[in-house]
Design a protein around this ligand. Structure first.
Ligand SMILES: [Zn+2]
Length: 65
């Protein structure tokens, strides 16, 4: 039976997918050191800089044009 082989491939696909999703969901960035975050923060824990939402940035620049 190829059931286990199949399952292994599914897990592999899932890993890849979740990695891709995780990268896409890192929508917050420190303006100062450009470190990416998955959740919004009031300030960057690395340097204390302002953390901005990349989604908001894309929206504000995209809708104007
Ligand atoms: Zn920073």
């Amino acid at each position: 039976m190829s059931l286990f082989k199949n399952l292994g491939r599914k897990v592999e696909e899932f890993k890849k997918t979740s990695e891709a999703v995780a990268a896409e969901e890192a929508n917050y960035e420190c303006e100062n050191c450009e470190k990416r975050f998955y959740v919004t923060k009031s300030e960057c824990p690395e340097c204390g800089g302002t953390v901005v939402s990349l989604e908001d940035k894309a929206e504000s620049t995209g809708s104007e044009e």
